[in-house]
Design a protein around this ligand. Structure first.
Ligand SMILES: Cc1cc2nc3c(=O)[nH]c(=O)nc-3n(C[C@H](O)[C@H](O)[C@H](O)COP(=O)(O)O)c2cc1C
Length: 349
């Protein structure tokens, strides 16, 4: 189920302990699953974070083999992100995860989704700092691995309490704090306010990670300069561009430029990722999950600087409905090289 796919040569899978790069992959439910995290880690990332897992779910349902694998417990440089509202359940879930090999437990106080905040977890916890603290203390007290926290600037403009919560969280023993530079009520609207993260940086001595709208080395530099943060975390900017964290680290002068695959090499990378998705989820679900990533790879190719080109819609459709890695690779090679080889297109030519 979690077999390592055949990535193109030059691609390395990060081994524990991680390289310590201050460029981290954000948790994104439905996106940063184990296959994607491995692709990103293969290029280089300081840390990747599992998709959020609800403590109550971990404790009550017996997680499937896939759900357990998804947590990446045996993987280097992976934090497992826990969400929840009950201190006891959070502590028990954290203890269980540590027992199963989690190296870092991240607590989610940033998720704005209604289905999460309506249960008063995720970013809703920022409205109840006393309760949030009890959760952090319970988790901290339950495990000996590092506990980290991810949050937003606050609930809304009238409640920008990230610095205050950060100070209390540091007092409770968290090792690192990531701040998405928006309030919960902004969801993803507007621009992330990196300068507002500076108040958190000034308030604590643990490393603070700046997050929100960081998509390349220049936005990373701007976010670091405005916030004074120790590291950046990249979410949406990595979709279809799994090398972007390594590119950012290189742009910050921290590692050599990654070998960003182009043309046939890019097609091989996409096919290997696709293969990994199918083998992780099984064919039926895998085809659906893969489609999102294929779309992002195509978007990235279309935007891709010098090699950017619009992908013809019939070719795009064929890629999104392909059902084998070989087919994806052949079609992707067409899309990335601009040489059409779809039968219909070949006939038309
Ligand atoms: C589809 C999606 C799912 C997300 N899921 C989570 C999650 O499970 N846990 C979490 O802390 N943040 C989650 N986030 C928020 C991201 O981690 C990140 O804070 C946010 O996208 C801002 O960073 P970006 O501008 O680099 O994408 C999610 C974001 C998106 C777009």
């Amino acid at each position: 189920m979690t077999k390592q796919p055949a990535y193109p040569s030059g691609f390395k899978v990060a081994q524990p302990p991680f390289g310590g790069l201050p460029v981290l992959l954000a948790p994104m439910a439905g996106i940063t699953d184990l296959p994607f995290r491995r692709v990103v880690a293969g290029f280089g990332a300081g840390l990747v974070v599992s998709e959020m897992v609800a403590s109550a779910e971990l404790l009550t349902a017996r997680p499937s083999a896939r759900a357990r694998a998804e947590l990446g417990l045996g993987e280097g440089a992976t934090a497992v992100q826990l969400a929840g509202r009950e201190a006891g359940a959070m502590a028990e879930a954290a203890r269980m995860l540590e027992g199963q090999g989690a190296r870092i437990i991240d607590i989610n106080m940033g998720c704005p989704a209604k289905k999460v905040t309506s249960g008063w977890s995720g970013s809703a916890l920022m409205r109840e700092p006393d309760h949030a603290l009890r959760l952090i203390e319970a988790v901290r007290g339950a495990v000996s691995v590092p506990v980290t926290l991810k949050m937003r600037l606050g609930w809304d403009e009238g409640c920008l309490n990230a610095p205050e919560l950060a100070v209390r969280a540091e007092g409770a023993g968290v090792s690192m704090i990531t701040v998405h530079g928006r309030t919960r009520c902004q969801f993803y609207r507007g621009a992330a306010d990196w300068a507002a993260i500076a108040a958190v940086v000034r308030a604590v001595s643990v490393p603070v990670v700046a997050n929100g709208d960081i998509i390349d080395a220049s936005t990373a530099r701007a976010a670091l300069a405005a916030s004074g943060a120790a590291a950046v975390m990249v979410g949406r900017g990595a979709r279809g561009r799994p090398w972007v964290l390594a590119s950012i680290a290189a742009g910050l002068g921290l590692m050599p430029l990654p070998d960003i695959p182009h043309g046939a090499q890019r097609a091989a990378l996409v096919a290997a990722h696709y293969d990994a998705i199918l083998s992780f989820y099984g064919r039926e679900l895998g085809l659906r999950v893969a489609r999102k990533h294929l779309g992002w790879y195509l978007d990235a190719a279309a935007e891709g600087g010098a090699e950017g080109r619009a992908i013809p819609s019939d070719l795009r459709r064929a890629i999104l409905t392909a059902d084998t890695p070989a087919r994806v690779m052949a079609l992707m090679a067409d899309a990335l090289s601009g040489v059409p080889s779809l039968p219909a297109r070949a006939q038309a030519a």
